[in-house]
Design a protein around this ligand. Structure first.
Ligand SMILES: Cc1cc2nc3c(=O)[nH]c(=O)nc-3n(C[C@H](O)[C@H](O)[C@H](O)COP(=O)(O)O)c2cc1C
Length: 182
């Protein structure tokens, strides 16, 4: 698949077939994450692959009932939980190198996008899930204090195509030479 076609064709998938995801496919997805860029190549990301239906159901209880991705958490054969090691990205000798502090959200965000695009190029569906009780998920999965859960995605073969929500026009977010937005 051509890169632009992959970028534009990827959709958030909230309905999944029960068909399993092969170990080979999972290996390829992890390989894609592995080659994501990161702050000083610190690679703060950590990935938890959840297949156990009981744990998936527990994870689903951390989502508000109004979250449109709720049913996909148990419907998809796998749930991928993206975590980040704290105090690594954006730090030099233990000190934050910029006013932004921890770049964990940024680096795990890139890793998640790499994961989702690769999955799409392989015919697999994903939906980034960010609206949930993070503390609850950390407890369920036994995530230690020095790491945190950032986002999750169900992973499996799409049962629907998904509709592309409208995008802003470049003129609404691209400025030349100086910031001219509002
Ligand atoms: C950081 C982040 C958090 C998101 N959280 C949720 C979520 O909790 N539930 C959900 O159904 N979709 C969630 N989404 C998916 C967005 O709604 C979706 O990407 C957006 O509407 C654009 O649609 P598209 O992915 O099909 O292009 C999230 C996306 C991102 C990037």
């Amino acid at each position: 698949m051509d890169l632009m076609e992959t970028i534009k064709g990827r959709r958030s998938i909230r309905k999944y077939k029960p068909d399993p995801v092969s170990e080979e496919a999972m290996r390829m997805l992890i390989e894609a994450v592995r080659w994501s860029p990161s702050w000083a190549n610190t690679q703060c990301w950590e990935v938890i692959i959840v297949k156990d239906p009981e744990i998936k159901s527990e994870l689903a209880t951390a989502l508000p009932k109004t979250n449109p991705a709720l049913s996909s958490m148990t419907e998809a054969p796998l749930v991928i939980v993206l975590c980040g090691k704290k105090g690594v990205a954006g730090f030099k000798k233990g000190e934050a190198a910029t006013v932004k502090g921890d770049w964990l959200m940024f680096d795990t965000g890139i890793a998640m996008q790499t994961f989702c695009l690769t999955a799409h190029s392989m015919g697999l569906g994903t939906v980034v899930v960010g609206l949930f009780d993070h503390k609850k998920v950390e407890e369920i999965l036994g995530v230690p204090q020095n790491a945190e859960v950032v986002a999750m995605t169900p992973l499996g073969y799409p049962a629907t195509e998904g509709i592309a929500p409208k995008r802003k026009e470049p003129s609404e977010f691209v400025f030349y030479e100086k910031y001219t937005g509002r």
